[in-house]
Design a protein around this ligand. Structure first.
Ligand code: FRU
Length: 492
């Protein structure tokens, strides 16, 4: 492949973006900024893109608008990491400066072939969405190769306006690509394409077609093999709420089953929501060199107000998670490399809880908290985080409902939300409490809270905007006990 000016040092649009970043970094206000989560250097971040390994490092690209804290014409920002905790900002990878992508370089994925890193992304021009390719020989500078799948390769009843988020992967000698689409009858769809060379693609089939998505498509598909099964991830817009599941206006779900790449079908065994919190979207996975499956996702949600916008930035990624499958269910654990950044360990054992228990040195807002509760007879038992005066965020078990609840209604700031969303302040999930025990593993990072329940049986992720760093445990309406409690500061 011929090197052009792009390969030498980035396109016009990426150079302007990088200059803007350098000159505006100081204008971003540190209030609410995380310390060990990926954030945009300035401006706006949404979906993770192209999460993968190349040139001896892990790469994370992301939907990026540098010029303001709001969604606008999309670039691909770029970070690299060795350990999923410390991230290096790289030059902007893609800018919407081409004929076919002048209105945005939307989400997509990456793959390495013959020592080169290829990015598949959705090129947006006016209301037309097509799939495009860019390549890099050094993992830093990218050359656009143009559109590789146009709307002409869509099934006849699909709209050319909603065809996006290519996930490329290899099976045997062939390459495959999954993309979200929408039929004229408003059915959300996932389409499968096949190629031998990454450039020429043929349609194989619609892996999924249904009318549960009421306002759009299955965004951001991802596919991974876990425990001998295919696990398909996708983020449907407007998925209908089912009891405590799918309460956000856009959901992220996984389906376990078998993908038949010959027929273009997916035989589904089970399906569930990935995270039961407020702020989790568009996950992507990669396989590490030591065989782990690691997932990252956007730690925000569409159609809400963004309190950090006034500080010059919006959006972050979750702390990456290690995935496994047990009995057809997805389990998620925090990336183990975070343990290298633990400091100031304090621990307590066997403490009976009252209505208000505080522990020496158990406070802070950049911390890891791990505890097991004996639920006793209490009606409600749990913890208040980010506490200051009457403000806090609460995670607790509610016996009557038999749910774990994440309640951020008292954090002191109201997050406005879409009319279709019931609220943006309380979420709950059901977990196994058959032994009357509950394990919570919580990460706080200035304005985020990620909760892993029962070693990853379920997770709840949410942003919390509060100045407090107090931590109070409580049991109400009966007795309960802390079996064990460990707390670490996380210092990166
Ligand atoms: C999902 C999404 C994608 C799209 C991108 C645009 O969050 O809407 O479908 O490619 O964001 O930024």
């Amino acid at each position: 492949m011929k090197a052009n000016s792009n390969m030498a040092g980035g396109s016009y649009g990426t150079k302007i973006a990088d200059l803007y970043i350098v000159h505006n970094l100081a204008a971003v206000n540190g209030i609410s900024r995380h310390t060990y989560h990926v954030m945009p250097p300035v401006g706006w971040m949404n979906d993770p893109n192209g999460f993968g390994e190349a040139f001896g490092k892990y790469h994370l690209f992301y939907q990026f608008y540098p010029y303001g804290p709001s969604w606008d014409s999309m670039h691909w920002g770029h970070y690299t990491t060795e350990d999923f905790v410390k991230w290096k900002l790289e030059p902007t990878a893609l800018a919407p400066d081409g004929k076919e992508d002048g209105d945005g370089c939307f989400s997509g994925s990456s793959i390495v072939k013959d020592g080169k890193l290829y990015l598949f992304y959705t090129s947006v021009s006016a209301d037309r969405q097509t799939q495009s390719l860019a390549v890099s020989e050094d993992g830093v500078h990218f050359e656009k190769l143009g559109v590789v799948i146009t709307g002409d390769k869509l099934p006849k009843d699909c709209l050319k306006t909603d065809f996006r988020d290519p996930k490329v992967f290899r099976r045997g000698e062939s390459y495959y690509l999954l993309a979200g689409a929408r039929s004229e009858r408003n059915e959300g769809m996932l389409l499968l394409y096949r190629s031998n060379d990454l450039m020429n693609w043929g349609f194989v089939g619609a892996v999924r077609r249904d009318d549960r998505t009421t306002r759009g498509i299955y965004e951001c598909p991802d596919l991974v093999e876990l425990g001998g099964e295919d696990v398909l991830f996708m983020s449907p817009q407007g998925y209908k709420t089912e009891d405590w599941r799918y309460e956000n206006v856009q959901s992220s779900i996984y389906t376990v089953g078998k993908l038949d790449v010959g027929k273009g079908t997916f035989e589904m065994l089970s399906e569930d929501e990935i995270d039961g919190g407020f702020d989790f979207y568009a996950p992507q996975t990669l396989k590490t060199r030591d065989g782990r499956t690691v997932m990252i996702a956007w730690m925000q949600m569409w159609e809400r107000s963004f309190p950090t916008a006034k500080h010059g930035w919006v959006g972050a990624m979750i702390l990456p998670r290690e995935l496994s499958l047990k009995g057809g269910k997805l389990f998620q654990r925090p990336i183990r490399e975070i343990e290298r950044y633990r400091w100031n360990h304090v621990c307590f054992r066997d403490v009976t809880l009252g209505t208000q228990n505080e522990f020496a040195k158990v406070n802070g807002n950049k911390i890891e908290l791990c505890f097991t509760l004996d639920l006793g007879t209490a009606e409600r038992v749990g913890v208040k985080l980010y506490r200051k005066d009457e403000h806090d965020a609460r995670i607790y078990y509610d016996r009557k409902k038999d749910r774990v609840v994440f309640d951020r209604s008292r954090m002191g700031i109201e997050i406005t939300h879409d009319a279709e969303e019931k609220d943006a302040s309380v979420r709950s999930v059901k977990v196994d409490t058959s032994e009357n025990l509950l394990k919570m593993h919580i990460f706080l990072d200035v304005s985020s809270c990620e909760v892993f329940l029962n070693d990853g049986e379920r997770t709840m992720t949410g942003n919390v905007y509060s100045e407090g760093d107090g931590i109070t445990f409580f049991a109400e309406g009966g007795s309960a006990k802390i079996v064990s409690l460990d707390k670490y500061d996380i210092v990166v």
